[in-house]
Structure formats: structure tokens, C-alpha cells
Design a binder for this molecule. Structure first.
Ligand SMILES: Cc1cc2nc3c(=O)[nH]c(=O)nc-3n(C[C@H](O)[C@H](O)[C@H](O)COP(=O)(O)O)c2cc1C
Length: 189
């Protein structure tokens, strides 16, 4: 079993920003179909992709620390997104989607992917924690807009047990999942 996956280059997002903003909605009804690698790569790029020298990204980050990373939860395990290599690295083969909610099991376990935004407390250090929730929020909005442009449905989620999910994802103590974005094809399409 391979523990690394190189993603294709992200696709162009051709919907206008105005249309994406106007069409963005939270969706909680998904088909179980997997995302294509093209779709996944594009969503991840929108959340944290590199856009120039010095490692700058599609999203802002507190003090340019980039203390929040993006992880992919799907049926074949938990994967960390490396924006520089456009690659996923698996940390565990456990399907952590169920552990990523306390009560919304119906749609969270059906949707093929949940993106987990994970804070590195070692990088954040003594800076006010709420700043990094803003980092994650900007990533979530990017995920919404990209999902809309790709014809996907998505739901940002904060109701989950951080400790239980961190354990399921086999994260070291300094890494804490702080926000989720569940995404897939909308039901009925
Ligand atoms: C910080 C935050 C946390 C949220 N947590 C959840 C959640 O745990 N579960 C859920 O189903 N929706 C969650 N939502 C989605 C909101 O319910 C949704 O955005 C709201 O009902 C407005 O709908 P809209 O996104 O379609 O405009 C959350 C939204 C935000 C901004």
C-alpha cells in the first residue's frame, strides 16, 4: 500500500468570483461517489495552494506563519496535503470521517471527503489562538468557493470533538484539528 499520492495540477476555476459568491451554499446531501483527483487537487489548492515565491498561498495566514495545514479524511485513511509538492502523505489508514463529527453521521460518513484544517501549536506558540481560527475560516471560504465553481456541495463544520478526532488521525500532541469542510457531489446530480 502506497503512502504517498502525487496530485495532478489544479484545474482552472472558470466560474466568475461574483457567480461563485452568489451561488455558494452549505449542502448536507451528498452522493457517495469519490472525488476525482483533479477535483481534490483543485480544492486543496484553493485552501492552501502556493501562488508565488516565498511560499505565499491562496489564503492569508497569521504573521505568515502558515500554522494551519490541510488534511484529507477519506475511506482509505488520513492524508496530509503538502502544497509545495502537490502531494498527499498518509498518516494512518483509519477512515476518520466518523470521528470528525459528534452527531452528523448521516452525511459526514456518506460524503467521500472531509478536509480537516489542523493547527500546529508549536508554530502558533504564544500567539492568540483565535487568530488561527481566522486562518482556518479563510481556508473554509476558499473551499466553499472552489466547490461551488466545481459543481460540488460542501459544509463547513465546527461541531466535533477535537481530541477524539486528533487521536483517530494519529496526530502528535502539537497538532489539533480545528475546523472541517465536508465535500462531495450533491445528491440528485
Ligand atoms: C464557524 C462555523 C461552524 C459551522 N459548523 C457547522 C456544523 O458543525 N455543522 C453544520 O451542519 N453546519 C455548520 N456550519 C454551517 C452553517 O450552519 C451554515 O453556514 C449556515 O446555516 C448558513 O447557511 P449557508 O452556508 O448555506 O449560507 C457552520 C458554519 C460556520 C461559519
Amino acid at each position: 500500500m502506497t503512502n504517498q499520492q502525487t496530485l495532478p495540477l489544479p484545474m482552472a476555476l472558470n466560474m466568475t468570483l461574483g457567480e461563485s459568491l452568489a451561488k455558494r451554499r452549505t449542502g448536507r446531501a451528498f452522493r457517495a461517489n469519490a472525488l476525482t483527483d483533479d477535483e481534490l487537487s483543485t480544492l486543496l489548492w484553493a485552501c492552501a495552494g502556493l501562488t508565488g515565491d516565498e511560499g505565499r498561498r491562496t489564503v492569508p495566514s497569521t504573521l505568515n506563519l502558515k500554522a494551519v495545514s490541510v488534511w484529507v479524511l477519506r475511506d482509505d485513511g488520513t492524508w496530509r496535503y503538502d502544497p509545495a509538492k502537490n502531494q498527499l502523505t498518509r498518516s494512518t489508514t483509519t477512515d476518520c470521517r466518523r470521528a470528525s463529527t459528534t452527531h452528523q453521521f448521516d452525511f459526514v460518513t456518506k460524503a467521500p471527503v472531509t478536509l480537516a484544517f489542523v493547527l500546529d501549536h508549536d508554530v502558533a506558540n504564544t500567539i492568540r489562538e483565535s487568530c488561527f481560527y481566522v486562518d482556518a475560516g479563510t481556508m473554509g471560504q476558499s473551499a466553499y468557493l472552489a466547490a461551488t465553481a466545481l459543481g460540488l456541495s460542501g459544509c463547513i463544520r465546527a461541531s466535533f470533538d477535537h481530541k477524539a478526532l486528533g487521536e483517530a488521525m494519529a496526530l502528535p500532541d502539537n497538532l489539533e484539528p480545528i475546523l472541517m469542510f465536508t465535500v462531495g457531489l450533491p445528491e440528485g446530480k
